[in-house]
Write a protein that binds this ligand. Structure first.
Ligand SMILES: [Zn+2]
Length: 702
C-alpha cells in the first residue's frame, strides 16, 4: 500500500518518539530540531478532565452562550457565515467562537457539541483553493454592507490566524491527517503571497498578531520537518510588528504618546521606520491597542524557538513588568479601553485582552517552563476572568474595571466612549463591541488544557492548580491517571492520587507560586524536603494509590497600585470590597441589544488604615463561608471573606459615572487634614472574581 507522504508524516507524528533533547521517551509533541526544545508539551484535548467548580464552569458555558451562540447571534455565526460558505460575516468572529467551542467540546467529551464544531472544520478543509488559500473566498466586488456584519476584507491574513489555532487543536483532538495537508498547502500559499501582500496588506491586525501565525508554523514543522516552513517563519517574523525591539526600548515619558499608531495610520505600515519604532514604549498612554498587545506579547518568545536568542524572553519579561508599572490593575490585567490607558483603576480592561493574554501566557509557558508566566496566568484566570462573565454565561462585559461601583449605560472616560454609546460596562451579548462575545470562549477551556503538561523526560508537571483529573502516558509507555482533589484557589491544599496502570518510575513536578512561602509536600504522608526551588520534583516509582499532598500556605499581602493605592491579596486571589448588587434588565432596541445594569446603594468610598496594612495578619480576619462550592464566583457564594475596618472618605464620590479620582494617600498628614470620617466601620472583602461591583484599589488613611 502506498501512503501519501503527508499522510505518513502525520501518522508518524502521532507515534511515540524519542525526545532529541533528553533521549527519554514521550509520546507528546516536543519541538523538532533546529527549533529550541520546548520545556513542556501540551496534552491532547480530553486528557485533562475538569472537576468540581471548574467542571461546573464549563457546563455553564455549554448551557450558556458558548453552546448556543449560533442561535443567540445567528446573523453573524449562523449558517450565513462566510466560514461556512455563506455570504455573511467573513472575518474573525466565526473562527473566534470555534476557537473556544472546540476545546470545550473535546474536554467535555460531548459528541453533540463536537458535531456542532465539525461543519466549520469540514468547510475549511474541503473548500481550500487550488493555490492553498483557505476561508471565505474573495468576491468580484464588495458585497452590500449590512450593519453589524464584517463581510470584508475577506482575504485578510488575520482571521485565518484564528482558524490556524482551530485546526491545530482539531488535529490534536482527532489526528485527522487532512489538517496537516491543508496547513502545508496554506503555508506554501503564504510563502508565495506574503512578499507582495505582507501581513498588513489588508488590515493592521495581522501585522500586530503575526505571533499567532508563527506558532502554528513551528507546530507544523515539528510534525512534518519541511524546510520551507522555517523560511516562511522567518518571513512572518520579519513582517510582524517588531515587538521585541519596542519592549527593549527605554521607557519614554508617558505623556509623549505616539498616538498616530492608534487608530491605525496607513503611513505606519510594514516595513516600519526606525524613527517610529525607537520612539515607542509599553509605558506610553495610547501606544498600543490592548488586544494587540495581549496577543503580540508572545511573539518574541514564539520566535525564540527559531532564533534561540534569549533576548526575546528578556524583552517579554521586561514588557510584563512595564505593563504592570504603567497600565496595571490588581486582577492581573492592564487598562486599555482600546489603546493602553494608564493605571487609573477606573480605566477599562477588554475581555478579549483577558483571554488573549491568558493564551499568550499559556503559549509562552509551554516554550519556556518559566514559573513567573504561570503566576501571571493564574492571577488573570482566578481574578479577571470570572469577574467579566455573568454567572449563567449568557452575557459579558466589554470592559471591566478594578474600581467598579456602577455598571450602567453612561458616558465614561474611556478612549472609545464616542462610538459604543456608553454600553461598555453593561452585561449583554452585544454591548460595547461584539468581538468579546465570540472570543471569550477560549478562556476557561484552554486554562483546563494547561493545568498539566508532559515533560521531556516522560514525567508530568502541574503548573497550575484546579480540581481535575489527568490521564497521560509517562516514561516506559505506562498510562497513568492522577486525580487532583482541591478547592483551589480558595483552599491551600491540593491532594493528588496517582494511579499508574503498573508501577512506573517517572517524575512529577509541581509549581510553587510566587505568593507562597513555606510550601510543603508529602508523599503518602511522609514529608519531602522541598528546598527553595519554585519547581518541586518528585522522581520515584509510583504505584496505584500513592498520594501527594501539597500545601501552599496563603498569607494576606498588600500590593500598591495607582497613586500608591492599596490592594489586598491572599494567595492567588485579589480581594475587593463587597457591595450589595441590584441587577436590572434593560430592554433595548438599538444595535447594543438588551443588557443588564448593576447598581448598589451601599457606601463604597472607604479608605483602609495604614496601621492595619502594615500588619495584615492582624489587620484582617479570614473567615470561611459555606456557599455553593460548585459555583463559588458570586458574592453570595464567596467561600472566603476578609473582615477589617475602614474609614469613609466623604469627598470621594461618583465622578463621570465611576468612582471618582482616588483620594491621595495621606497617613502621615492625617492629624492635620483629610482624616475621613471619625467612625471606623466594619467592612468585608471577598475574592475579586466573585464581585461585579467592587473597590479593589483603596486609598490609605490613618
Ligand atoms: Zn473584544
Amino acid at each position: 500500500m502506498k501512503i501519501a507522504p503527508l499522510l505518513l508524516a502525520s501518522l508518524l507524528a502521532l507515534l511515540p518518539r524519542e525526545c532529541p533533547a533528553t533521549g527519554g521517551g514521550t509520546p507528546y509533541r516536543f519541538n523538532r530540531a533546529p527549533l529550541a526544545a520546548n520545556a513542556l508539551a501540551e496534552l491532547p484535548p480530553g486528557s485533562i478532565e475538569p472537576q468540581g467548580w471548574l467542571l461546573e464552569q464549563l457546563r455553564r458555558m455549554r448551557s450558556g452562550m458558548t453552546g448556543r451562540l449560533d442561535s443567540l447571534y445567528a446573523p453573524v455565526v449562523g449558517p450565513r457565515n462566510g466560514w461556512l460558505g455563506g455570504d455573511g460575516d467573513a472575518w474573525e468572529r466565526g473562527p473566534y467562537w470555534i476557537d473556544g467551542l472546540l476545546p470545550l467540546a473535546y474536554i467535555l467529551r460531548d459528541t453533540a457539541l463536537q458535531a456542532r464544531v465539525r461543519p466549520w472544520i469540514e468547510w475549511t478543509l474541503t473548500h481550500q483553493r487550488e493555490d492553498g488559500y483557505i476561508g471565505p473566498l474573495p468576491l468580484a466586488s464588495d458585497p452590500p454592507p449590512e450593519p453589524g456584519i464584517q463581510k470584508v476584507p475577506r482575504e485578510d491574513w488575520w482571521p485565518r490566524m484564528v482558524m490556524l489555532k482551530v485546526l491545530k487543536q482539531y488535529f490534536e483532538a482527532t489526528a485527522d491527517a487532512r489538517v496537516v495537508s491543508c496547513l502545508t498547502r496554506y503555508f506554501r500559499y503564504q510563502l508565495k503571497t506574503l512578499p507582495a501582500k505582507p501581513l498588513d496588506h489588508w488590515s493592521f491586525w495581522a501585522n500586530r498578531r503575526g505571533g499567532d501565525n508563527l506558532m502554528v508554523v513551528y507546530w507544523l514543522y515539528t510534525i512534518t520537518g519541511e524546510e520551507f516552513l522555517l523560511e516562511l517563519a522567518t518571513l512572518i517574523h520579519r513582517q510582524t510588528f517588531p515587538w521585541q525591539r519596542v519592549f527593549l526600548n527605554e521607557h519614554r515619558s508617558p505623556g509623549s504618546s505616539v498616538a498616530h499608531l492608534y487608530p491605525y495610520n496607513t503611513k505606519n505600515r510594514y516595513p516600519f521606520a526606525d524613527s517610529l519604532i525607537e520612539r515607542l514604549s509599553v509605558g506610553q498612554v495610547q501606544s498600543f491597542h490592548g488586544v494587540n498587545l495581549a496577543q503580540g506579547i508572545k511573539e518574541p518568545v514564539v520566535y525564540f524557538q527559531q532564533s534561540r536568542d534569549s533576548s526575546g524572553i528578556r524583552a517579554v519579561k521586561r514588557a510584563l513588568r512595564e505593563i504592570d508599572l504603567y497600565h496595571g490593575q490588581p486582577q492581573g490585567m492592564f487598562a486599555a479601553d482600546e489603546p493602553t490607558h494608564g493605571t487609573n483603576p477606573t480605566q477599562g480592561v477588554e475581555l478579549c485582552s483577558v483571554v488573549e493574554m491568558m493564551f499568550s501566557l499559556e503559549t509562552m509557558l509551554q516554550i519556556t517552563g518559566d514559573v513567573e508566566l504561570a503566576d501571571r496566568l493564574e492571577r488573570i484566570a482566578m481574578n479577571a476572568l470570572p469577574a467579566q462573565i455573568a454567572d449563567d454565561v449568557m452575557s459579558r462585559q466589554y470592559f471591566q474595571t478594578a474600581n467598579q461601583v456602577l455598571v450602567s449605560r453612561a458616558r465614561r472616560n474611556f478612549f472609545e466612549e464616542m462610538y459604543h454609546a456608553g454600553t461598555d460596562l453593561c452585561f449583554g451579548l452585544l454591548t460595547g463591541y461584539p468581538c468579546c462575545t465570540c472570543n471569550m470562549h477560549q478562556g476557561w477551556p484552554k486554562f483546563v488544557q494547561n493545568l498539566w503538561y508532559a515533560t521531556p523526560e516522560g514525567g508530568l508537571a502541574a503548573m497550575l492548580y484546579g480540581p481535575s483529573a489527568v490521564t497521560a502516558v509517562v516514561a516506559g509507555g505506562v498510562r497513568v491517571r492522577i486525580t487532583e482533589e482541591t478547592f483551589f484557589p480558595f483552599d491551600e491544599s491540593v491532594r493528588f492520587i496517582v494511579q499508574p496502570d503498573r508501577p512506573a518510575e517517572f517524575a512529577l513536578t509541581f509549581r510553587v507560586p510566587s505568593w507562597c512561602a513555606g510550601a510543603t509536600l508529602a508523599v503518602n504522608g511522609i514529608p519531602r524536603t522541598t528546598g527553595r526551588n519554585r519547581l518541586l520534583t518528585v522522581r520515584r516509582t509510583w504505584t496505584k494509590g500513592d498520594t501527594v499532598t501539597l500545601r501552599l500556605p496563603m498569607r494576606i499581602s498588600i500590593s500598591r497600585w495607582h497613586h500608591n493605592a492599596a490592594a489586598v491579596e491572599r494567595g492567588p486571589l485579589v480581594y475587593a470590597l463587597t457591595l450589595r448588587e441590584e441587577w436590572s434588565a434593560v430592554k433595548n432596541g438599538d444595535r447594543y441589544g438588551d443588557y443588564h445594569e448593576v447598581r448598589t446603594t451601599d457606601p463604597w468610598n472607604y479608605a483602609l488604615l495604614d496601621s492595619l496594612l502594615a500588619d495584615p495578619a492582624h489587620g484582617f480576619d479570614v473567615v470561611s463561608r459555606t456557599g455553593d462550592t460548585l459555583h463559588p464566583w458570586s458574592p453570595g457564594n464567596s467561600p472566603i471573606e476578609l473582615r477589617t475596618v475602614g474609614r469613609r472618605v466623604p469627598e470621594w464620590t461618583l465622578y463621570g459615572n465611576e468612582a471618582g479620582p482616588l483620594p491621595h494617600n495621606r497617613p502621615r498628614f492625617s492629624s492635620h487634614f483629610g482624616r475621613g470620617t471619625e467612625t471606623l466601620e466594619a467592612i468585608r472583602l471577598i475574592p475579586y472574581g466573585c464581585t461585579t461591583l467592587r473597590i479593589t484599589e483603596f486609598p490609605v488613611l490613618e
